[in-house]
Design a protein around this ligand. Sequence first.
Ligand code: HEC
Ligand code: HEC
Length: 332
Amino acid sequence: MKQTKTILALAAFLSAIGIAKAASDEPISPIKPPASINVGMVELGKKLYFDPRLSKSGFISCNSCHNLSMGGTDNIQTSIGDKWQQGPINAPTVLNSSLNIAQFWDGRAADLRAQAGGPIANPGEMASSHTLAVDVLSSIPDYVYEFRQVFGKDKIDIEQVTTAIAEFEKILVTPGSRFDLWLLGKKDALSRQEEEGYQLFKNAGCVACHNGEAVGGNSFQKMGLVEPYKAASGAEGRSAVTGADADRFNFKVPTLRNVELTYPYFHDGAANTLTEAVDTMGRLQLGRKFTRTENASIVAFLKTLTGEQPRFQLPILPPSSDQTPRPLPFGK
Ligand code: HEC
Ligand code: HEC
């Protein structure tokens, strides 16, 4: 909006490594920094992302389940919600989620703004309500001031909250991975084994689903194409949104960016290691059993997709006021 600022980091990054043009004939493309962001809105969104007062307990923030010190995930099979409730599905990373065609495993939220309202009011996650969350924020003078600065309106509403969080999430992209450097022409960025792993990833057919900037995130595909997958949970996938039987067990293809950090794997979080996930993908999606050496080289390649993690100062949150509704960590 007012403070829209163009980010020139990519140009700087490219010139720093002395490369002018990107490789264009590969099915995977390097991650670009966000084209433009509203700096004031990002700062506000960052505070909201880390603020546990958006939950009923006053204890759970977005960062509880999408921990930015751990690849934007919680690294557990399924998340822990309000009053230690067991979540139904594995938490995907928020890193590079701005590149997804839609949000959630079944794509039920069109974009990050539509997504961000969900967990706040989900009884199994943050268990607050949009009204309560807005009441809490409106009782905190520094927030009232900051929202007015950013949105130019007298009253805080939930759309402003989700818009600010989504703007913050735009900066959670991870350029600069070794694989991207290789794509950009730095041929010694990968070891021989890693490069072999990439060739195998392409030749075996993994790139049919895992491609583009995020190495995934851009289509819905059946889990268990060649051989059925025995899931550890009841999620039915895309058909929950479309109602179409043909979409049963179709899930959004996860990004493989930073996959080294985002264990455990699959929508039910059933695979603990990359070795296991690669073996399952080979057999179930492609009807191919990789040898131990082949599996190891694909895993080595996948680890080169770890990019620069977002770096910023931890926000200091404004204190509650005497009027702020009290947190309810133990129920009513
Ligand atoms: C209690 C844990 C928990 C909390 C708190 C939580 N999330 Fe999530 N998040 C999840 C889970 C689990 C999913 C996957 C749900 C699904 O696909 O059905 C998810 C999905 C997402 C996605 C979609 C990513 C993708 O690739 O589809 C985004 C983005 C996201 N959350 C952001 C947020 C934000 C922003 C907040 C705070 C407002 C938040 N989450 C709070 C657990 C949590
Ligand atoms: C037909 C499309 C398709 C093909 C081909 C495919 N994948 Fe996948 N991949 C998916 C889908 C869909 C998921 C999510 C499945 C789920 O969670 O139920 C996934 C998940 C993964 C995951 C787990 C990521 C996470 O965060 O949970 C890894 C790792 C992975 N794939 C690697 C590979 C590799 C390596 C190959 C080639 C051997 C491959 N995939 C081939 C569609 C595909």
